[in-house]
Ligand binder design. Structure first.
Ligand SMILES: [Fe+2]
Ligand SMILES: [Fe+2]
Length: 287
């Protein structure tokens, strides 16, 4: 095992999973969650409640002209599972970003863009996801935050190397750190007891053929590439690729998803118009 991975394993002061996220995640498995119970959980965390309301009023979710003024109403509009998913992922991400005292802007952009593209794709190829594609998109690169938090100098070297060599960041990480954001992210997922599908996406989003949740991880891997292709990324990850050559594309074809429904030109075109939605969404969760 790499020294750095060993080092990260021994760090005791990695942030703990926020109580609200833990509660929201456990509610996700409860069969009969009520709106009242969920809004009670959210109300325990006033900044989160404010974020939820801002989100429900952002252009991504907004329906009609009336502003959404209560959490109950937000839950009705966004749906129970969407609120549970978003509550958990947003609190997870802000655990790190708030500790650093600033929002890592381009990182957020990339996470949110991946989540939104994954959702758009899932709808087009009619994949049943229960909103998990959105959480997966938001959290797939969480290992990068851990690396930045724990071994910043080395991680910056890896970022530089990926730019000068024009290679994927995970390759540069492997060379400089002897580990990768996938491995480190999976470690955090395990420590936090995140659901299996999530740790699997985090671990295998650059090699979806090895995932236990292949179609879902493949979906995230393609969404990740498309988000990068639209330059909603940071670091030197390579931007040129042929989709049909991607493992994720092959996995989705093997699982009989109608990939011909995925008109990529239209999706990339739609992504241009989604960019504003992405920014609006980010604003709603990061202020
Ligand atoms: Fe990644
Ligand atoms: Fe990514």
């Amino acid at each position: 095992m790499s020294d750095i991975l060993e080092k990260i394993k021994k760090i005791d002061d990695l942030p703990t999973l926020p109580a609200v996220a833990m509660e929201a995640l456990s509610l996700a498995h409860a069969p009969n969650v009520s709106i009242a119970k969920l809004s009670e959980v959210i109300h325990k965390d006033p900044p989160l409640a404010t974020k939820m309301l801002k989100m429900a009023n952002s252009s991504f979710y907004k329906r009609g002209d009336k502003p959404v003024e209560t959490i109950q109403r937000a839950i009705t509009i966004l749906g129970l599972s969407e609120i549970i998913n978003i509550t958990s992922s947003v609190t997870v991400l802000s655990t790190f970003t708030s500790k650093k005292g600033f929002i890592w802007e381009s990182f957020w952009d990339h996470c949110v863009a991946t989540a939104i593209v994954a959702r758009t794709m899932a709808r087009k190829i009619r994949m049943e996801t229960q909103g998990r594609e959105f959480v997966g998109g938001l959290l797939h690169d969480i290992g990068k935050i851990v690396l930045d938090y724990t071994v910043r100098d080395e991680f910056n070297k890896a970022l530089d190397l990926s730019i000068t060599r024009d290679c994927p960041l995970y390759e540069a990480e492997q060379e400089i750190l002897g580990t990768s954001h996938m491995e480190v992210g999976a470690l955090l997922a395990q420590r936090w007891n995140l659901p299996d599908y999530l740790s699997d996406i985090i671990r295998w989003h650059h090699a979806p053929e090895k995932s236990q949740f292949k179609p879902m991880t493949a979906l995230i891997s393609i969404a990740d590439l498309l988000a990068k292709a639209k330059q909603l990324s940071y670091g030197g990850d390579t931007l040129s690729f042929v989709l049909a050559d991607q493992a994720g594309w092959q996995v989705l074809l093997e699982h009989r998803y109608p990939m011909d429904e995925l008109d990529l030109e239209r999706i990339t075109f739609e992504m241009d118009s989604l960019a504003d939605t992405v920014r609006d969404y980010i604003k709603s969760v990061s202020e």
